[in-house]
Design a protein around this ligand. Structure first.
Ligand SMILES: Nc1ncnc2c1ncn2[C@@H]1O[C@H](COP(=O)(O)OP(=O)(O)OP(=O)(O)O)[C@@H](O)[C@H]1O
Ligand SMILES: [Mg+2]
Length: 235
């Protein structure tokens, strides 16, 4: 089924496959994944460990090259772009919350969150970064270095860094994985509010079925393939 011209997909994967070499030979990580995600759509991605969820997200963020197929993000064919253009697409459209946080160890929480804004040349980068850290409940930890923060606090700095630019696309890899239930629910509220306010398309990887049901659409990944997609008919 094709989308009307007025609403092109924000993320468009067409028969995307990815194989990587390993000692035992080539391993199929993603196997012919096709999906279209609309602007502002909130999508949960579920599936067993090793199913390919993080890899699928890295592909959507232009951080992992694919072996075959086609991928379009915000109207750009990622396979046709060089590294510099890919970095610009990420800067201008995408916020990513990595499973392993990836904070810059030599920078404070505030500096880490200000980085994506400084890349866009924002004059009030530090004011916005302060607000984003306040939003994730870390207004009292601005000057802490990552190694002076708990795992859950580091995760929340990574979340603040991803949402601070109000991106078109928010890719979140188990963003509440290190948080207690109450804090996790609050962060989920924040992610959904951000998505709604800025018509951000949210792709949320989670193992939590309860959190997943808060998204408009649920995609289940198994063995590098889409095993179920509650939004398949509408997209
Ligand atoms: N660079 C690589 N080289 C070879 N195999 C890899 C590489 N990266 C990932 N894999 C394999 O690809 C599969 C999918 O990994 P991925 O990280 O996408 O899983 P996941 O669904 O995110 O799992 P989890 O829930 O544990 O985070 C795994 O079996 C993993 O071992
Ligand atoms: Mg993963």
């Amino acid at each position: 089924m094709t989308l009307p011209q007025s609403q092109p997909a924000m993320i468009d994967l067409d028969q995307v496959s990815l194989s990587l070499p390993s000692r035992a030979g080539s391993v199929d990580i993603l196997n012919s994944i096709s999906l279209r995600i609309k602007p502002g759509e909130t999508v949960a991605m579920l599936g067993p460990s090793g199913a390919g969820k993080t890899t699928a997200m890295m592909v959507m963020g232009g951080l992992e090259a694919i072996t075959s197929g086609r991928i379009k993000v915000a109207g750009h064919d990622l396979m046709a772009l060089d590294e510099d253009r890919l970095a610009e697409i990420r800067r201008d459209h995408i916020g990513i919350i990595f499973q392993a946080f990836r904070l810059i160890p030599s920078m404070t929480a505030l500096e880490n969150v200000a980085v994506p804004l400084e890349l866009t040349g924002a004059a009030d980068a530090f004011d916005q970064a302060r607000q984003a850290l306040d939003d994730v409940g870390l207004g009292h930890r601005l000057d802490h270095m990552p190694d002076q923060l708990s795992g859950g606090e580091q995760q929340r700095v990574a979340i603040a860094r991803a949402i601070v630019t109000n991106p078109d696309i928010l890719l979140a890899d188990e963003p509440t994985g290190n948080l207690d239930q109450a804090t996790g629910a609050e962060i989920m509220d924040l992610l959904l509010a951000t998505a709604e306010r800025h018509n951000t398309c949210l792709v949320l990887i989670t193992h939590d079925e309860g959190l997943a049901t808060r998204c408009q659409r649920i995609i289940r990944i198994a063995d590098g393939q889409i095993a179920a997609d509650s939004g398949a008919l509408s997209s």
